[in-house]
Design a protein around this ligand. Structure first.
Ligand code: ADE
Ligand code: ZN
Length: 335
């Protein structure tokens, strides 16, 4: 066997490994070809000749701008169905079997797309994606943090009425810059009252202090948490409580949060005992999938297959499945 053959055998082993993903935005899975087709159908200007050009940026602000443009192509229930369905199809190709996936109503409501249009399309797309591609998906409603606490609480009112077999949690994304994260404390408290799980993007383009605020607020998971080790006492607390981090190292590189995968704190966090998981964040935007992320991280940090299995198992532990379902997934993955 040549070196290349050995390498590609290792790669396909990681691709075939059944996986769980906890940090992926459904809008971030939108294929450029789908966005282009829907934009033409609905007469929505994308501002580029080649839709692939949408997926280039040098900062989180650029990225979020592109994210908004991509969202604008989705108008009807059938569009959201297609978005969720293709997300499942692409996830299956990466070996993903279970996914807790964000959707971002703020971006769609802003354009006059009613909540039920998005929800009905996503729900049927998730169901058909599971039937046809074997990817079980549950949804997390992500509030757009810069809009503030008012719109976030209004979305929580809507969430109250949704099917809890599908909607399992509330999160918050977008930039941390210029935002006092204390304002989201009532959102987390009320979501918990409603029996929803909670997570928040923090410690990505903002400081570790934002992680501390959200830990104090009682979130169940930290999305990114890249800056966690900047505050050793906080890190100790997060590690002792095994509050999971949904890490997205390649996303952090693409968006310019860290310079390179080599300099990403993922390994340091793992060695320190943090419950780290690997995730793709916005795979279509970054042109890689979860299997690629596993392969890159294994290569960069020299992890053997056993280490990658343990990182995958972290995602089962960190998921919001109940203990019976977690045990069933572990048995299924071992079989
Ligand atoms: N929304 C989608 N991807 C995101 C990211 N990496 N950071 C903040 N908000 C996002
Ligand atoms: Zn994210």
């Amino acid at each position: 066997m040549s070196v290349m053959e050995i390498r590609s055998a290792a790669d396909s082993r990681l691709r075939a490994m059944p996986k769980v993903e906890l940090h992926c935005h459904v809008e971030g899975t939108a294929r450029a070809s789908t966005v282009a087709e829907l934009a033409t159908r609905h007469g929505v200007p994308l501002g580029v000749d080649d839709p692939d050009d949408l997926y280039t940026y040098g900062s989180l602000a650029d990225f979020l701008n592109a994210f908004g443009v991509v969202c604008s192509a989705f108008v009807e229930p059938a569009d959201f169905h297609r978005l969720a369905y293709e997300a499942a199809e692409d996830a299956a190709a990466a070996g993903t079997r279970y996914r807790e996936m964000f959707f971002s109503p703020g971006f769609h409501l802003d354009r006059g797309v009613p909540f039920h249009v998005m929800w009905e399309g996503l729900a049927s797309g998730v169901a058909d994606g599971e039937t046809d591609h074997g990817v079980r998906t549950r949804l997390i409603l992500d509030v757009d943090k810069p809009k503030g606490i008012g719109p976030a609480m209004a979305l929580l009112e809507v969430a109250r009425t949704l099917d809890r077999d599908l909607l399992i949690g509330i999160g918050g994304d977008s930039t941390e810059r210029g935002l006092d994260h204390h304002i989201f404390e009532p959102l987390i408290a009320e979501a918990k009252n409603l029996g929803l799980k909670t997570c928040f993007h923090c410690g990505e383009d903002g400081p570790a202090e934002n992680i501390e605020i959200m830990v104090e607020a009682g979130v169940d998971r930290i999305d990114h948490g890249t800056r966690l080790l900047d505050l050793p006492d906080l890190a100790r607390r997060v590690i002792d409580a095994q509050i999971p981090l949904t890490s997205c190292p390649s996303s952090n590189v693409e968006i310019g949060i860290v310079e390179s995968l080599e300099s990403h704190p993922f390994d340091e966090q793992r060695v320190a005992g943090a419950l780290v998981t690997l995730n793709s964040d916005d795979p279509a935007f970054f042109r890689f999938d979860l299997a690629d992320e596993y392969e890159r991280i294994a290569a960069v940090f020299g992890y053997d297959h056993e280490a990658m299995v343990s990182i995958r198992d972290n995602a089962i532990d960190a998921s919001w499945l109940d203990d019976t379902d977690k045990a069933a997934l572990r048995a299924e993955f071992a079989g």
